[in-house]
Design a protein around this ligand. Structure first.
Ligand code: FAD
Length: 386
């Protein structure tokens, strides 16, 4: 279909990638976000090869390579620092045809913003949508309205548009753990170059991965009750207690990070839900399938959504509703499966059943590195760009 106008709500990874893909498909696009200033939540993200392939397809491969860290291996350690497994990523890269890139979220957002050839309207909090036979009218809290042929609801895990599409409220579910994440200067005393280093024990995780600019993206996961009080003034002290006795690099990391730049989300997911589309409105990204970060796939799924949506619109002349339904059918099968897999993985890592987590520690020590890369490849290759 040609000469369409899209309204996109949300200028996160999903909304921006959708904006870029839809513009490249020849459509007019207006993006709206509720924030007054664009600031990504969280420090870093690993864009696995399926996400990178979407960016390659959109002509952003070189820019992605500039901001991505070089990650050639994964190293799992016990909490005391003993090596559990050393996994070269070359077989994975070879199998899927693209290396993954860990990136600072700010760099990724800047890159996507620069690549979107339109304006992002800020300070526009969407509060509702109405549809008629010819299009959609979106309402904002500031009294503005926007009119388009269809609406992409990329408004994140706490989407206000999800209930319009699904027909009921879908509350995000707490997965049971808290994740502190931030950036620190790279240093071989923290982790060797070009390596993703992960310490595991007591159902917790400490992880360091390289991003561009000689920095490391780190996270520290701890199972905690929902609503545990949080204050940056005490993050260091608290994490010292949670990771007492862990290996020296973990202690150094806790000594070095700046608590006032660290994010501390309680991890939630959404779904799997049974509708991504209603009429001319399509959910995209976390609004449709917020995913536990334990596979590093939530943002990558949002990128896949964006490309698939633009392709279906571009390659049919039946109707917008028809194109969106085909998007829904393809993406629901793929992204819901990832939501479920990531939830299982989160439970395995974080001790929902302590026996299962113990079994995973044992498996880490005994499995062949290629079993790990094959499992990651399988998730990547189930995406739209093989
Ligand atoms: P968001 O990034 O949440 O963007 C939604 C946008 O909508 C925001 O800008 C918001 O301001 C705006 N908005 C919300 N409501 C309104 C409204 N009413 N009106 C207007 N605007 C609105 N994914 C990976 O692929 N790899 C990883 O390594 C990875 N690690 C992660 C680590 C953590 C700790 C977490 C929490 C997530 C991780 N993810 C990862 C998941 C990834 O961050 C998300 O899947 C991704 O950011 C979703 O993008 P989105 O655009 O759908 O939503």
């Amino acid at each position: 279909m040609q000469n369409l106008k899209a309204i996109v709500i949300g200028a996160g990874i999903g909304g921006l990638t959708a904006g870029i893909a839809l513009r490249q498909a020849g459509y007019e696009v207006e993006i709206y976000d509720r924030v007054k200033e664009m600031r990504p939540v969280g420090a870093g993200i690993s864009v696995w090869s399926n996400g990178v392939k979407v960016l390659n397809r959109l002509g952003l491969g070189d820019r992605m390579a500039e901001i991505g860290g070089i990650m050639n291996r994964m190293q799992y350690h016990t909490k005391a620092g003993e090596l559990l497994n050393y996994i070269e990523l070359a077989p994975l890269i070879h199998k899927v045809g693209q290396r993954p890139y860990p990136v600072a979220r700010r760099d990724l957002q800047k890159m996507l913003m620069a690549a979107f050839p339109g304006e992002v309207h800020l300070d526009c909090r969407c509060i509702g949508v109405e549809e008629d036979d010819h299009g959609v009218t979106v309402q904002f809290i500031n009294g503005r309205e926007a009119r388009g042929d269809f609406l992409v609801a990329a408004d994140g895990i706490r989407s206000v548009l999800r209930s319009y599409v699904v027909g009921r409220e879908v509350e995000p579910q707490y997965v049971g753990y808290v994740n502190w994440n931030g950036l620190v200067p790279a240093d071989a005393e923290l982790s060797p170059p070009e390596s993703w280093v992960i310490y595991v024990g007591e159902h917790k995780r400490a992880s360091l991965m390289p991003v561009a600019g000689d920095r490391l993206y780190f996270f520290l996961d701890v199972p905690l009750p929902k609503g545990t009080p949080a204050n940056p003034d005490t993050y260091r002290e608290e994490l010292k207690a949670h990771f007492a006795g862990w290996a020296e690099p973990v202690q150094r990391l806790i000594d070095r990070f700046d608590p006032y730049t660290v994010a501390r989300p309680e991890i939630h997911d959404v779904g799997p839900i049974d509708r991504y589309v209603r009429g001319r409105v399509a959910l995209l990204g976390d609004a449709a399938h917020a995913t536990c970060p334990d596979l590093g796939q939530g943002g990558c799924q949002a990128m896949e959504d964006a490309l698939v949506l633009a392709n279906y619109l571009l390659t049919t002349n039946i109707s917008i509703e028809y194109a969106l339904k085909r998007y829904e059918s393809e993406r629901m099968a793929r992204a819901n499966a990832v939501v479920e897999k990531a939830r299982k993985r989160a439970e395995q890592i974080h001790g929902k059943d302590p026996a299962v987590t113990q079994q995973w520690y044992h498996q880490l020590a005994t499995e062949k590195p290629t079993d790990v890369t094959d499992a990651i490849s399988k998730v990547i290759l189930a995406g739209p760009l093989r």
